[in-house]
Write a protein that binds this ligand. Sequence first.
Ligand SMILES: [Cu+2]
Length: 111
Amino acid sequence: MKRTIRTAALVLFASVAIPGLAQATSHATLQDDAHADVALTEGEVRKVDKEAKKLTIRHGPLENLGMPAMTMVFQVKDPAMLDAVKAGDKVKFTAARDGGSYIVMQMEVSK
Ligand SMILES: [Cu+2]
């Protein structure tokens, strides 16, 4: 009898705890997508590919994405970003993840 009660309590706990966990996870994802209060990261444009609408950027750590410094290809939120920079330009930018790709959300050219 005691054992049955304990099992029932465990099942009840699991059914309450697991949806709570799922909610916390999706909330964190939404915050990343909204990139609220994401700090600007420094980078250097290595390549501008206007046809593919992509930028290759050597970037510092992107803390919101848990990414260390590296050189990689980004898509751009606004194609006008491709006209604003050329290879060798120093930039400050924020990026977000969209499935398997990364998108420059905001970018400033450093003088
Ligand atoms: Cu990277």
